[in-house]
Design a protein around this ligand. Structure first.
Ligand SMILES: [Zn+2]
Length: 82
């Protein structure tokens, strides 16, 4: 019974660590549930998820444009794939 409790504690800890790294807490919980203490180690070694960039640079005029923009607000160039 103690081992079941410790295994669930590993799942909770891995879930908490994954959530702190902006990753799915469900995936962390599953990793802890399946691998136990090794799941916590995996969660600790996982890199945090980077937030998406807010701007991109126009290749024509080098002005900063919103990342999802299709047309440069400064010069009107097509920056859909920039
Ligand atoms: Zn431009």
């Amino acid at each position: 019974m103690l081992y079941v409790f410790l295994w669930l504690l590993c799942a909770l800890a891995a879930s908490y660590i994954y959530h702190g790294k902006r990753r799915s807490w469900i995936a962390g919980g599953l990793a802890g549930l399946i691998f136990g203490p090794i799941g916590i180690l995996l969660a600790l070694l996982t890199r945090p998820l980077e937030p998406p960039p807010l701007t991109k640079q126009c290749p024509a005029c080098n002005a900063a444009a919103p990342y999802l923009a299709h047309v440069c607000p400064a010069c009107g160039a097509d920056i859909h794939y920039a």
